[in-house]
Design a protein around this ligand. Sequence first.
Ligand SMILES: NC(=O)c1ccc[n+]([C@@H]2O[C@H](COP(=O)([O-])OP(=O)(O)OC[C@H]3O[C@@H](n4cnc5c(N)ncnc54)[C@H](O)[C@@H]3O)[C@@H](O)[C@H]2O)c1
Ligand SMILES: O=C(O)CC[C@@H](O)C(=O)O
Length: 388
Amino acid sequence: MYKILTFNNISTRGLERLPRERFEVSSEIQHPDAVLLRSAKLHDWAVPDTLKAVGRAGAGVNNIPMAAMNERGIPVFNAPGANANAVKELVLAGMFLAARNICPAWAFAQTLEGDDAAMNKAAEAGKKQFTGFELPGRTLGVIGLGAIGVSVANAAAALGMKVVGYDPKITVRSAWNLESGVYRAQSVDEVMTASDIVTLHVPEVDETRGMINAARLAASREGQVLLNFARAGIVDDDAIIKALDEGRLSRYVCDFPAAALKGHDGVVALPHIGASTDEAQENCAIMAADEVRDFLETGNVTNAVNFPELILPRNAGGDRLTVVNANVPNMLGQISSALAEAGLNIDDMYNKSQGELAYSVADVDGTIPPAVIERLQGIDGVLMVRVI
Ligand SMILES: NC(=O)c1ccc[n+]([C@@H]2O[C@H](COP(=O)([O-])OP(=O)(O)OC[C@H]3O[C@@H](n4cnc5c(N)ncnc54)[C@H](O)[C@@H]3O)[C@@H](O)[C@H]2O)c1
Ligand SMILES: O=C(O)CC[C@@H](O)C(=O)O
């Protein structure tokens, strides 16, 4: 029986993928084999020795202590693209909100008083302050052309916008999916100066933290609208307020309320609802649950951000050994020697590496004795050993 600890509300459609006869799933489990979570922050969590996998029912993994997971040889699975449509739709809503001054116009309408005639008269008199602009012909800058960025870029192109995109590590898949008319910028600065509206779709990592800062905003196109449905840390909130006050930015629409932003007329801050649709929550939960289940039951890896993709069809017969180790020389030799010395033959084996980690799955022709497991665990650089 595998034990799965949940940290957030995970859609029941996802939890149903973990059959109760083989998986115990609860938010109060001790000694979990795996966790499923959304945005809960695990940085201060004492990682239990029993943990073998993390399933993030979403895209971003900045709430997970990746270094600690790598040190223990624990894969972190996520759900790439599973909430991209939900975020794209909210980004489009954000563009329309900003272009048509919908939030202040709505706030104004709520202040109207009197009978219908008086309200109508005041509405007609006041509406000129909310004159906006239309999107066709305007330039949208998209920073980060992954699942969400590509989806937003294509939708904006379909609305008649010019689109400028920047992503130095764009994948072949994203490049294939991207509208051919999207102009490829060479830098963040180029996007900032070329665009009427800029939208951010990068992960929060060291390289992107504080990416939109005072210098970049000072050089941006005057009156720009900035949309941030990626992560709070990518943007310097104090610099945003200054840019709004100076008119460099006309509106900042984001998914991340913060003290520095509160109460400013130019800010529309939503409560991190980019992925909050039934469809996205189900897609993410199903994908993460399937990935974690497959890893626990077969050792196969799909969509782990820190592990190589590895799928080895099960060779019927003996045990399956999985080993995670530091990506250094002579590990495979030591692993196969330990098996050979115990008289075990390897029927099938697959080894791959990614970054600092290497992962091996081997099907052997018998039962792996506890002494061999202990020996494997004792090899310098071996981080995790499992027999399935
Ligand atoms: N508001 C929400 O609820 C919500 C929902 C989903 C995702 N997100 C955030 O959006 C981010 C993007 O999601 P996604 O599904 O598109 O992820 P993704 O991995 O498909 O795409 C991210 C893209 O950013 C690019 N990138 C990385 N560093 C870059 C840099 N310095 N400059 C330009 N591009 C860079 C990558 O090459 C990649 O193509 C997530 O990491 C997450 O933080 C927020
Ligand atoms: O689970 C959520 O609601 C948010 C998820 C989102 O931030 C993500 O990175 O996928």
